[in-house]
Design a binder for this molecule. Structure first.
Ligand SMILES: Cc1ncc(COP(=O)(O)O)c(C=O)c1O
Length: 454
Protein backbone atom coordinates (compact mmCIF):
# COMPACT_ATOMS: atom_id res chain seq x y z
CA UNK A 1 0.00 0.00 0.00
CA UNK A 2 1.23 3.49 -0.83
CA UNK A 3 2.53 5.54 2.09
CA UNK A 4 1.30 8.84 0.73
CA UNK A 5 -2.43 9.26 1.27
CA UNK A 6 -4.16 12.55 0.70
CA UNK A 7 -7.76 12.82 1.87
CA UNK A 8 -8.29 16.57 1.50
CA UNK A 9 -6.93 19.28 -0.75
CA UNK A 10 -3.70 20.50 0.86
CA UNK A 11 -3.80 22.21 3.29
CA UNK A 12 -6.89 20.61 4.78
CA UNK A 13 -9.51 22.50 6.82
CA UNK A 14 -7.93 21.81 10.22
CA UNK A 15 -4.49 22.95 9.07
CA UNK A 16 -6.07 26.09 7.64
CA UNK A 17 -7.88 26.84 10.88
CA UNK A 18 -4.65 26.44 12.84
CA UNK A 19 -2.81 28.67 10.37
CA UNK A 20 -5.36 31.42 10.99
CA UNK A 21 -4.89 31.10 14.77
CA UNK A 22 -1.13 31.06 14.36
CA UNK A 23 -1.20 34.25 12.30
CA UNK A 24 -2.79 36.03 15.29
CA UNK A 25 -0.66 34.42 17.98
CA UNK A 26 2.84 33.91 16.57
CA UNK A 27 5.15 36.53 15.03
CA UNK A 28 5.56 36.37 11.26
CA UNK A 29 9.34 36.24 11.68
CA UNK A 30 9.02 32.51 12.31
CA UNK A 31 8.35 31.31 8.80
CA UNK A 32 6.87 27.95 7.89
CA UNK A 33 7.82 26.16 4.69
CA UNK A 34 4.57 24.17 4.47
CA UNK A 35 1.04 25.08 5.60
CA UNK A 36 0.73 21.74 7.45
CA UNK A 37 0.01 20.97 11.10
CA UNK A 38 1.14 17.62 12.43
CA UNK A 39 -0.95 15.07 14.30
CA UNK A 40 1.56 12.20 14.41
CA UNK A 41 4.80 10.99 12.92
CA UNK A 42 6.59 7.65 12.71
CA UNK A 43 9.77 6.67 10.87
CA UNK A 44 9.80 8.75 7.69
CA UNK A 45 6.07 9.46 7.65
CA UNK A 46 4.09 12.44 8.93
CA UNK A 47 0.31 12.54 9.29
CA UNK A 48 -1.33 15.95 9.46
CA UNK A 49 -4.35 17.05 11.50
CA UNK A 50 -6.61 16.38 8.50
CA UNK A 51 -5.50 12.75 8.23
CA UNK A 52 -3.23 13.27 5.19
CA UNK A 53 -0.03 11.20 5.11
CA UNK A 54 3.27 12.48 3.74
CA UNK A 55 6.77 11.18 3.26
CA UNK A 56 9.08 13.45 5.20
CA UNK A 57 12.19 14.69 3.38
CA UNK A 58 12.80 17.42 5.97
CA UNK A 59 13.19 15.42 9.18
CA UNK A 60 12.60 18.49 11.34
CA UNK A 61 15.50 20.10 9.38
CA UNK A 62 17.90 17.22 9.75
CA UNK A 63 17.08 16.28 13.35
CA UNK A 64 15.59 12.87 12.70
CA UNK A 65 18.25 10.76 11.05
CA UNK A 66 17.02 7.84 13.20
CA UNK A 67 13.41 8.59 12.22
CA UNK A 68 10.39 9.98 14.03
CA UNK A 69 9.70 8.23 17.33
CA UNK A 70 12.53 5.77 16.91
CA UNK A 71 11.48 2.92 19.26
CA UNK A 72 14.80 2.86 21.16
CA UNK A 73 14.68 6.62 21.64
CA UNK A 74 11.07 6.56 22.86
CA UNK A 75 11.87 3.73 25.31
CA UNK A 76 14.95 5.55 26.66
CA UNK A 77 12.91 8.74 27.17
CA UNK A 78 10.14 6.77 28.92
CA UNK A 79 12.66 5.08 31.21
CA UNK A 80 14.20 8.43 32.05
CA UNK A 81 10.76 10.00 32.63
CA UNK A 82 10.19 7.46 35.36
CA UNK A 83 13.31 8.67 37.24
CA UNK A 84 13.76 12.46 37.03
CA UNK A 85 13.37 15.24 34.47
CA UNK A 86 15.79 17.93 35.47
CA UNK A 87 18.30 18.59 38.21
CA UNK A 88 20.86 20.80 36.37
CA UNK A 89 24.18 19.12 35.86
CA UNK A 90 25.91 22.06 37.55
CA UNK A 91 24.08 21.24 40.80
CA UNK A 92 23.48 17.49 41.00
CA UNK A 93 24.91 15.62 38.03
CA UNK A 94 23.81 12.32 36.46
CA UNK A 95 25.46 9.41 34.69
CA UNK A 96 23.72 9.92 31.32
CA UNK A 97 25.62 13.16 30.77
CA UNK A 98 28.97 11.54 31.57
CA UNK A 99 28.25 8.43 29.46
CA UNK A 100 27.26 10.54 26.49
CA UNK A 101 30.42 12.64 26.83
CA UNK A 102 32.52 9.46 26.98
CA UNK A 103 30.85 8.04 23.88
CA UNK A 104 31.17 11.23 21.85
CA UNK A 105 34.83 11.46 22.86
CA UNK A 106 35.34 7.96 21.46
CA UNK A 107 33.22 8.35 18.31
CA UNK A 108 34.39 11.72 16.99
CA UNK A 109 37.41 11.71 14.65
CA UNK A 110 40.86 11.81 16.30
CA UNK A 111 42.51 9.34 18.64
CA UNK A 112 43.79 12.06 20.98
CA UNK A 113 42.30 12.62 24.41
CA UNK A 114 38.98 14.51 24.19
CA UNK A 115 36.31 16.08 26.37
CA UNK A 116 32.67 16.96 25.64
CA UNK A 117 30.39 19.72 26.90
CA UNK A 118 26.61 19.57 26.29
CA UNK A 119 24.19 22.40 25.53
CA UNK A 120 20.70 22.81 24.04
CA UNK A 121 21.02 23.96 20.44
CA UNK A 122 23.42 24.15 17.54
CA UNK A 123 23.84 27.90 17.91
CA UNK A 124 24.58 27.58 21.61
CA UNK A 125 27.20 24.94 20.84
CA UNK A 126 28.86 27.14 18.20
CA UNK A 127 28.87 30.07 20.65
CA UNK A 128 30.62 27.87 23.18
CA UNK A 129 33.13 26.52 20.67
CA UNK A 130 34.10 30.15 19.99
CA UNK A 131 34.40 30.87 23.73
CA UNK A 132 36.58 27.80 24.24
CA UNK A 133 38.79 28.56 21.21
CA UNK A 134 39.32 32.15 22.39
CA UNK A 135 40.00 31.06 25.94
CA UNK A 136 42.60 28.48 24.79
CA UNK A 137 44.42 30.62 22.25
CA UNK A 138 44.00 34.00 23.92
CA UNK A 139 43.18 35.36 20.45
CA UNK A 140 39.92 37.02 19.34
CA UNK A 141 39.56 36.38 15.58
CA UNK A 142 37.32 33.78 13.97
CA UNK A 143 37.41 33.06 10.25
CA UNK A 144 34.15 31.82 8.74
CA UNK A 145 33.04 31.09 5.19
CA UNK A 146 30.79 32.54 2.56
CA UNK A 147 27.49 30.62 2.49
CA UNK A 148 28.06 29.36 6.04
CA UNK A 149 25.21 28.94 8.49
CA UNK A 150 26.02 28.63 12.17
CA UNK A 151 22.83 29.79 13.90
CA UNK A 152 20.65 32.74 14.84
CA UNK A 153 22.16 34.08 18.06
CA UNK A 154 24.22 37.26 17.75
CA UNK A 155 27.66 35.60 17.58
CA UNK A 156 26.44 32.86 15.28
CA UNK A 157 24.73 35.42 13.04
CA UNK A 158 28.09 37.16 12.80
CA UNK A 159 29.49 33.83 11.56
CA UNK A 160 26.52 33.11 9.29
CA UNK A 161 26.79 34.42 5.75
CA UNK A 162 23.32 34.83 4.23
CA UNK A 163 21.97 38.33 4.70
CA UNK A 164 18.22 38.02 4.03
CA UNK A 165 16.33 36.89 6.02
CA UNK A 166 18.85 35.92 8.70
CA UNK A 167 21.05 38.96 9.30
CA UNK A 168 19.49 42.03 7.71
CA UNK A 169 18.14 44.44 10.29
CA UNK A 170 19.70 42.70 13.29
CA UNK A 171 23.10 44.46 13.32
CA UNK A 172 25.44 45.18 14.97
CA UNK A 173 26.99 41.75 15.39
CA UNK A 174 30.01 40.89 17.53
CA UNK A 175 33.28 41.78 15.83
CA UNK A 176 36.47 39.93 14.99
CA UNK A 177 34.75 37.71 12.42
CA UNK A 178 36.39 37.46 9.00
CA UNK A 179 34.92 35.76 5.94
CA UNK A 180 36.55 33.89 3.09
CA UNK A 181 35.11 31.95 0.12
CA UNK A 182 34.13 28.29 0.58
CA UNK A 183 34.88 25.60 -1.99
CA UNK A 184 31.51 26.05 -3.69
CA UNK A 185 32.77 24.83 -7.04
CA UNK A 186 29.47 25.31 -8.90
CA UNK A 187 29.66 29.03 -8.03
CA UNK A 188 33.37 29.53 -7.42
CA UNK A 189 33.97 33.00 -5.94
CA UNK A 190 37.27 33.12 -7.84
CA UNK A 191 35.70 31.88 -11.08
CA UNK A 192 38.16 28.99 -11.22
CA UNK A 193 37.62 25.33 -12.09
CA UNK A 194 38.52 22.35 -9.93
CA UNK A 195 40.99 20.57 -10.13
CA UNK A 196 42.90 23.07 -12.30
CA UNK A 197 42.45 25.66 -9.51
CA UNK A 198 44.69 23.54 -7.25
CA UNK A 199 42.36 24.45 -4.36
CA UNK A 200 43.16 28.13 -4.62
CA UNK A 201 40.37 28.94 -2.10
CA UNK A 202 41.97 26.80 0.61
CA UNK A 203 45.51 28.00 -0.15
CA UNK A 204 44.24 31.58 -0.04
CA UNK A 205 43.97 31.34 3.76
CA UNK A 206 47.71 32.13 3.90
CA UNK A 207 47.00 35.30 1.94
CA UNK A 208 44.14 36.18 4.29
CA UNK A 209 46.61 36.08 7.17
CA UNK A 210 48.72 38.65 5.31
CA UNK A 211 46.04 40.91 3.85
CA UNK A 212 43.01 40.66 6.13
CA UNK A 213 43.84 39.54 9.66
CA UNK A 214 47.19 38.54 11.18
CA UNK A 215 47.42 34.90 12.18
CA UNK A 216 48.41 35.73 15.75
CA UNK A 217 45.02 37.44 16.12
CA UNK A 218 43.02 34.41 14.94
CA UNK A 219 41.67 31.82 17.38
CA UNK A 220 39.94 29.53 14.90
CA UNK A 221 38.66 28.78 11.45
CA UNK A 222 35.11 27.41 11.60
CA UNK A 223 33.64 25.42 8.72
CA UNK A 224 30.79 23.07 7.93
CA UNK A 225 32.37 19.97 6.33
CA UNK A 226 29.34 20.02 4.02
CA UNK A 227 27.39 23.29 3.81
CA UNK A 228 23.91 22.87 5.23
CA UNK A 229 21.67 25.94 4.84
CA UNK A 230 24.21 27.21 2.30
CA UNK A 231 23.08 24.56 -0.18
CA UNK A 232 24.59 21.14 0.58
CA UNK A 233 27.98 21.82 -0.94
CA UNK A 234 30.62 19.15 -0.33
CA UNK A 235 34.10 20.56 -1.06
CA UNK A 236 36.75 18.64 -3.03
CA UNK A 237 38.65 15.98 -1.12
CA UNK A 238 41.71 17.93 0.01
CA UNK A 239 40.08 21.28 0.76
CA UNK A 240 40.01 20.83 4.53
CA UNK A 241 43.45 19.19 4.69
CA UNK A 242 45.00 22.25 3.02
CA UNK A 243 43.10 24.62 5.32
CA UNK A 244 44.04 22.67 8.43
CA UNK A 245 47.69 22.58 7.41
CA UNK A 246 47.69 26.39 7.38
CA UNK A 247 45.81 26.52 10.67
CA UNK A 248 48.29 24.20 12.39
CA UNK A 249 51.25 26.17 11.05
CA UNK A 250 49.94 29.31 12.75
CA UNK A 251 48.45 27.91 15.97
CA UNK A 252 44.92 28.53 14.69
CA UNK A 253 42.29 25.97 15.76
CA UNK A 254 39.97 24.26 13.30
CA UNK A 255 36.32 23.93 14.37
CA UNK A 256 34.07 21.60 12.35
CA UNK A 257 30.39 22.51 12.58
CA UNK A 258 28.77 19.10 12.05
CA UNK A 259 25.36 20.23 13.26
CA UNK A 260 23.71 19.27 9.96
CA UNK A 261 26.28 16.96 8.40
CA UNK A 262 26.67 14.73 11.46
CA UNK A 263 25.09 11.54 12.75
CA UNK A 264 25.21 9.40 9.66
CA UNK A 265 23.75 11.90 7.21
CA UNK A 266 26.69 11.77 4.80
CA UNK A 267 27.28 8.02 4.96
CA UNK A 268 29.77 8.29 7.83
CA UNK A 269 28.97 9.18 11.42
CA UNK A 270 30.67 12.55 10.82
CA UNK A 271 31.36 14.17 7.45
CA UNK A 272 34.88 15.00 8.69
CA UNK A 273 35.65 11.27 8.30
CA UNK A 274 35.18 11.51 4.52
CA UNK A 275 37.87 14.17 4.43
CA UNK A 276 40.25 12.31 6.72
CA UNK A 277 40.43 15.29 9.07
CA UNK A 278 40.65 15.53 12.85
CA UNK A 279 39.15 18.88 13.88
CA UNK A 280 40.33 20.44 17.15
CA UNK A 281 36.70 21.02 18.11
CA UNK A 282 33.57 19.40 16.66
CA UNK A 283 30.13 20.90 17.12
CA UNK A 284 27.16 18.52 16.93
CA UNK A 285 23.41 19.03 17.40
CA UNK A 286 20.19 18.25 15.49
CA UNK A 287 20.08 14.45 14.98
CA UNK A 288 22.19 13.73 18.07
CA UNK A 289 19.04 14.02 20.22
CA UNK A 290 16.76 11.82 18.09
CA UNK A 291 14.14 14.61 18.19
CA UNK A 292 14.95 16.23 21.55
CA UNK A 293 16.99 19.43 21.87
CA UNK A 294 20.63 18.69 22.50
CA UNK A 295 24.00 19.84 21.20
CA UNK A 296 27.62 19.20 22.05
CA UNK A 297 31.11 20.58 21.71
CA UNK A 298 33.72 17.83 21.62
CA UNK A 299 37.40 18.57 21.35
CA UNK A 300 40.98 18.07 22.37
CA UNK A 301 41.02 17.75 26.16
CA UNK A 302 43.56 20.50 26.71
CA UNK A 303 41.53 22.93 24.59
CA UNK A 304 38.22 22.01 26.23
CA UNK A 305 39.77 22.54 29.65
CA UNK A 306 40.91 26.08 28.86
CA UNK A 307 37.90 27.87 30.42
CA UNK A 308 38.08 27.73 34.21
CA UNK A 309 35.43 26.19 36.51
CA UNK A 310 32.12 28.01 36.03
CA UNK A 311 33.22 29.40 32.65
CA UNK A 312 30.91 27.05 30.75
CA UNK A 313 27.36 25.96 31.52
CA UNK A 314 23.64 26.50 31.07
CA UNK A 315 20.58 25.66 33.20
CA UNK A 316 19.07 23.04 30.89
CA UNK A 317 22.30 22.20 29.06
CA UNK A 318 22.52 18.44 28.55
CA UNK A 319 19.22 17.69 30.26
CA UNK A 320 18.61 14.07 31.30
CA UNK A 321 15.88 13.29 28.75
CA UNK A 322 18.01 14.54 25.86
CA UNK A 323 21.04 12.59 27.12
CA UNK A 324 18.97 9.39 27.35
CA UNK A 325 17.65 9.96 23.84
CA UNK A 326 21.14 10.62 22.47
CA UNK A 327 22.53 7.46 24.04
CA UNK A 328 19.71 5.52 22.33
CA UNK A 329 20.59 7.23 19.03
CA UNK A 330 24.19 6.05 19.39
CA UNK A 331 23.00 2.53 20.29
CA UNK A 332 21.00 2.46 17.09
CA UNK A 333 24.01 3.54 15.04
CA UNK A 334 25.98 0.71 16.65
CA UNK A 335 23.28 -1.88 15.96
CA UNK A 336 22.17 -0.86 12.48
CA UNK A 337 24.34 0.39 9.72
CA UNK A 338 22.41 3.60 9.14
CA UNK A 339 25.45 5.30 7.62
CA UNK A 340 25.67 2.56 5.00
CA UNK A 341 21.96 2.98 4.32
CA UNK A 342 22.55 6.73 3.93
CA UNK A 343 25.07 6.01 1.15
CA UNK A 344 22.57 3.71 -0.57
CA UNK A 345 19.84 6.35 -0.35
CA UNK A 346 22.20 8.93 -1.81
CA UNK A 347 23.11 6.64 -4.71
CA UNK A 348 19.41 5.88 -5.35
CA UNK A 349 18.67 9.61 -5.52
CA UNK A 350 21.71 10.41 -7.67
CA UNK A 351 20.79 7.81 -10.27
CA UNK A 352 17.37 9.33 -10.83
CA UNK A 353 18.49 12.94 -10.43
CA UNK A 354 21.21 12.59 -13.09
CA UNK A 355 18.55 11.39 -15.54
CA UNK A 356 16.30 14.34 -14.60
CA UNK A 357 19.20 16.71 -15.14
CA UNK A 358 19.60 15.43 -18.71
CA UNK A 359 15.92 16.11 -19.43
CA UNK A 360 15.33 19.38 -17.62
CA UNK A 361 17.81 22.24 -17.84
CA UNK A 362 16.25 23.74 -14.70
CA UNK A 363 18.48 21.30 -12.77
CA UNK A 364 21.86 22.97 -12.77
CA UNK A 365 23.68 20.82 -10.26
CA UNK A 366 23.11 17.46 -8.58
CA UNK A 367 25.40 17.03 -5.60
CA UNK A 368 25.92 15.68 -2.16
CA UNK A 369 27.59 13.21 0.13
CA UNK A 370 25.70 10.10 1.27
CA UNK A 371 22.11 11.04 1.99
CA UNK A 372 22.97 14.77 2.21
CA UNK A 373 21.85 15.34 -1.39
CA UNK A 374 20.57 18.37 -3.24
CA UNK A 375 19.46 19.79 -6.56
CA UNK A 376 20.43 23.35 -7.46
CA UNK A 377 17.84 24.90 -9.77
CA UNK A 378 18.85 27.50 -12.34
CA UNK A 379 17.29 29.49 -15.19
CA UNK A 380 19.87 28.17 -17.65
CA UNK A 381 22.86 25.83 -17.57
CA UNK A 382 25.33 28.32 -19.00
CA UNK A 383 24.51 31.44 -16.96
CA UNK A 384 23.37 29.59 -13.84
CA UNK A 385 20.97 32.34 -12.68
CA UNK A 386 19.34 30.99 -9.52
CA UNK A 387 15.76 29.75 -10.03
CA UNK A 388 14.39 30.69 -6.60
CA UNK A 389 10.76 31.11 -7.68
CA UNK A 390 10.76 27.72 -9.40
CA UNK A 391 12.32 26.18 -6.28
CA UNK A 392 9.38 27.45 -4.24
CA UNK A 393 7.00 26.00 -6.81
CA UNK A 394 8.70 22.60 -6.63
CA UNK A 395 8.52 22.45 -2.82
CA UNK A 396 4.89 23.57 -2.93
CA UNK A 397 3.97 21.00 -5.58
CA UNK A 398 5.68 18.38 -3.43
CA UNK A 399 3.73 19.03 -0.23
CA UNK A 400 0.51 19.32 -2.24
CA UNK A 401 1.25 15.81 -3.50
CA UNK A 402 2.43 14.18 -0.29
CA UNK A 403 6.14 14.93 0.01
CA UNK A 404 7.56 17.38 2.54
CA UNK A 405 10.74 18.98 1.19
CA UNK A 406 12.66 22.10 2.13
CA UNK A 407 14.93 24.42 0.22
CA UNK A 408 18.35 25.85 1.03
CA UNK A 409 21.09 27.97 -0.52
CA UNK A 410 22.13 31.60 -0.34
CA UNK A 411 19.91 32.19 -3.38
CA UNK A 412 17.02 30.00 -2.13
CA UNK A 413 17.34 27.78 -5.19
CA UNK A 414 18.44 24.44 -3.74
CA UNK A 415 16.16 21.52 -2.91
CA UNK A 416 17.75 19.44 -0.17
CA UNK A 417 17.05 15.94 1.04
CA UNK A 418 17.01 15.34 4.80
CA UNK A 419 14.82 12.27 5.02
CA UNK A 420 15.14 10.02 8.06
CA UNK A 421 17.75 7.39 7.26
CA UNK A 422 15.28 4.67 8.28
CA UNK A 423 13.12 5.44 5.23
CA UNK A 424 12.25 2.29 3.30
CA UNK A 425 13.20 1.90 -0.35
CA UNK A 426 9.53 1.87 -1.32
CA UNK A 427 8.91 5.14 0.55
CA UNK A 428 12.01 6.65 -1.01
CA UNK A 429 10.86 5.69 -4.51
CA UNK A 430 7.37 7.01 -3.87
CA UNK A 431 8.82 10.31 -2.66
CA UNK A 432 11.17 10.57 -5.63
CA UNK A 433 8.20 9.98 -7.97
CA UNK A 434 6.55 13.06 -6.46
CA UNK A 435 9.75 15.10 -6.73
CA UNK A 436 10.14 13.99 -10.35
CA UNK A 437 6.63 15.06 -11.29
CA UNK A 438 7.14 18.35 -9.41
CA UNK A 439 10.27 19.12 -11.44
CA UNK A 440 8.60 18.11 -14.68
CA UNK A 441 5.51 20.21 -13.95
CA UNK A 442 7.52 23.28 -12.95
CA UNK A 443 9.92 22.83 -15.87
CA UNK A 444 6.93 22.79 -18.22
CA UNK A 445 5.49 25.87 -16.46
CA UNK A 446 2.34 23.96 -15.57
CA UNK A 447 2.29 24.26 -11.79
CA UNK A 448 -1.07 25.52 -10.57
CA UNK A 449 -0.92 25.93 -6.80
CA UNK A 450 -3.95 24.78 -4.81
CA UNK A 451 -3.50 27.77 -2.47
CA UNK A 452 -1.03 30.59 -2.34
CA UNK A 453 2.11 29.59 -0.44
CA UNK A 454 2.17 30.55 3.25
C1 LIG B 1 25.55 23.82 10.32
C2 LIG B 1 24.65 24.42 11.35
N1 LIG B 1 25.17 25.00 12.44
C3 LIG B 1 24.41 25.54 13.40
C4 LIG B 1 23.04 25.53 13.28
C5 LIG B 1 22.18 26.13 14.37
O1 LIG B 1 21.54 25.12 15.06
P1 LIG B 1 20.24 25.44 15.95
O2 LIG B 1 19.16 25.81 15.02
O3 LIG B 1 20.00 24.16 16.71
O4 LIG B 1 20.62 26.55 16.86
C6 LIG B 1 22.43 24.94 12.17
C7 LIG B 1 20.98 24.93 12.01
O5 LIG B 1 20.44 24.72 10.96
C8 LIG B 1 23.27 24.37 11.18
O6 LIG B 1 22.76 23.78 10.09
Amino acid sequence: MATIQLKTPIPGPRSRALAARRADAVPRGISQSTPLYVAKAEGAVIEDVDGNRYVDFAGGIGCLNVGHRSPGVVKAIEDQLACYLHTCVQVTAYEGYVRLAERLNRLTPGTFSKKTFLVNSGAEAVENAVKIARSYTGRPGIIAFEDAFHGRTMMTLALTSKTHPYKAGFQPFPGEVYRIPYAYCYRCSYNLKYPACDLYCARHLEDTFKRVVAQEGVAAVIAEPVLGEGGFVAPPQDFFKVLIESCRKHGVLFIADEVQSGFGRTGALFASEHYGIEPDLIVTAKSIGGGLPLAAVTGRAEIMDAPGPGGLGGTFAGNPLSCAAALAVLDLFEKEDLSQHASQLGARFQKRARAWQKNWPIIGDVRGLGAMQALELVQSHDKREPAAEETKQVTQYCYEHGLITISAGSYGNVIRLLMPLVITEAQMDEALDVLESALKTVHEGKHEPVVQPV
